[in-house]
Design a protein around this ligand. Structure first.
Ligand SMILES: [Zn+2]
Length: 73
């Protein structure tokens, strides 16, 4: 079952809950603080694949001369 980051729209409590898709769509997940089932899904940050690597080598300053055969990188 997937985990969901949920926020209660009643008391604003945020929690992580393991639940089936059916449990979530049928509003069978109660808020642990107030018991409300009026929850919204919280999306946090961007997936790691969107984070650009900082160790990427700088572009070759002679790329206009050596093109695809460049070994300066
Ligand atoms: Zn609540």
């Amino acid at each position: 079952m997937p985990y969901y980051d949920l926020r209660c729209t009643s008391c604003s409590h945020e929690f992580n809950q393991k639940a089936s898709v059916a449990d979530k769509s049928d509003l069978r997940i109660p808020c642990p603080t107030c018991g409300s089932t009026a929850l919204e899904t919280v999306f946090k940050g961007a997936p790691a694949s969107f984070v650009k690597s900082s160790s990427e080598p700088a572009a070759c300053p002679h790329a206009h001369l050596c093109g695809a055969a460049c070994r300066h990188g």
